[in-house]
Design a protein around this ligand. Structure first.
Ligand SMILES: [Zn+2]
Length: 389
């Protein structure tokens, strides 16, 4: 490389190094410059310069000396938590959730607001705006942005939700753009299972993994897949819709308009529907969990149907994507050790043996509100510089 091209490339290289440091600090928490040089493989002067710039931009902050460990290994820096914040907004079929967090991404109940999802789009936006304004008024530091997590098909080229099978008031809408207009704070729209994927990689069970998937089998059946460290997107960001594979050609009508989608048989919502049909009255998720804890023997046919279809969904993801880990979100099936063991037993009969041998399947722990925070943190680091691996 000539000196000339080297000079041209250096601003980008500098940003790539800064991004790498941000990711190291996100992963390992408060760190001294010497620790960062060791973990990142960058030289001490490069680390120092990058840390100074990230401090000036308000993405990092120096730890108060009294908070530091004995022996003081040089001043520690961490993701800005006192002086900066991000917000996460989860729009969901039954409840919307708004949360504030520092750039370390730690979410707490004190900083969380919830509201039952109103039945019109305008009322949803009014409710979310009100809760956001309440949280923003309590934050003293700089707010870097808001991550908005939504269910359904998000078309990234059109920048809108083209169809949300379980919450049609979102069809043809972009709540992130609308919230940005109302609040004047940058907002980013992310599909909820993509958010969960980012969250598991930043804060959860998929730290350091490049090829893994998150299957959300709660209300709808959503997939977020990371391949080679990048979210699987497809042409318009709509890839990975395993939930709408037909498994029962004459089955019940799905929210997408077709019949017998996997989503209608493999989710918590599917089990709720089957239990309600059997009992002759509707019940909520907590009611169903309590019922199954006490009398699961009475509902074996319903449990078996959903177990079998969730196993088919898991097998499809493993066969198609060859992930090293698959994290499954489901309150009624993955949330019970005994029922999840049954799902995993059925997965063995539906998956290619070699692909299954590569993959660890675990119940996911991260929440959609953590996902919304992860989506804005991903956006902040991603707009800073591309990721080079
Ligand atoms: Zn469907």
């Amino acid at each position: 490389m000539t000196k000339h091209t080297n000079r041209i490339a250096s601003p980008l290289l500098r940003r790539i190094n800064e991004r790498r440091l941000l990711e190291v600090i996100q992963r390992q928490g408060p760190s001294s410059r010497a620790m960062l040089a060791r973990s990142s493989g960058l030289t001490a002067p490069t680390v120092s310069k990058a840390v100074d710039l990230l401090l000036a931009r308000g993405l990092l902050e120096e730890l108060d000396p009294v908070e530091q460990a004995l022996g003081r290994p040089g001043r520690l820096v961490r993701m800005a938590t006192e002086s900066a914040a991000v917000l996460g907004v989860v729009v969901d079929a039954s409840t919307c959730c708004i949360v504030a967090a520092g750039l370390d991404g730690r979410v707490t109940e004190e900083q969380t607001r919830r509201l039952p999802t109103p039945d019109t789009y305008a009322a949803v936006m009014d409710g979310i705006e009100r809760q956001c304004r309440g949280l923003l008024a309590e934050i003293s530091g700089t707010v870097h942005g808001i991550g908005v997590s939504v269910p359904g098909l998000v078309n990234e080229r059109l920048r809108e939700i083209v169809c949300s099978p379980n919450l049609h008031i979102l069809d043809k809408r972009n709540p992130a753009r609308d919230l940005e207009d109302r609040l004047g704070v940058p907002c980013v729209l992310t599909q909820e299972t993509d958010s969960l994927c980012l969250s598991e990689r930043m804060y959860g069970a998929a730290r350091g993994l490049e090829d893994f998937a998150v299957l959300d089998a709660t209300t709808g059946l959503g997939l977020g897949a990371m391949s080679g460290g990048q979210l699987l997107a497809g042409h318009s960001g709509m890839a990975g819709e395993v939930g709408h594979i037909t498994v029962a050609p004459d089955g019940i009508r799905c929210g997408c308009g077709n019949r017998g989608c996997l989503e209608t048989l493999a989710t918590d919502a599917a089990l709720l529907r089957l239990l309600a049909e059997r009992l002759g009255h509707p019940l909520d998720i907590a009611g169903a969990a309590a019922l199954l804890a006490e009398r699961s023997a009475d509902f074996q046919p319903e449990i078996r149907t959903v177990t079998e279809h969730l196993a088919i969904a898991i097998a499809a993801v493993i066969n198609i994507f060859n992930p090293t880990a698959l994290l499954v979100h489901s309150t009624l099936l993955a949330g019970s050790e005994e029922r999840f063991a049954r799902v995993l037993e059925r997965v063995k009969h539906r998956t290619l043996t070699a692909s299954l041998a590569d993959c660890t399947i675990v119940a996911a722990r991260s929440s959609k509100r953590q996902g919304a925070i992860a989506s804005i943190m991903h956006h902040l680091t991603n707009t800073w510089a591309p990721s080079i691996r």
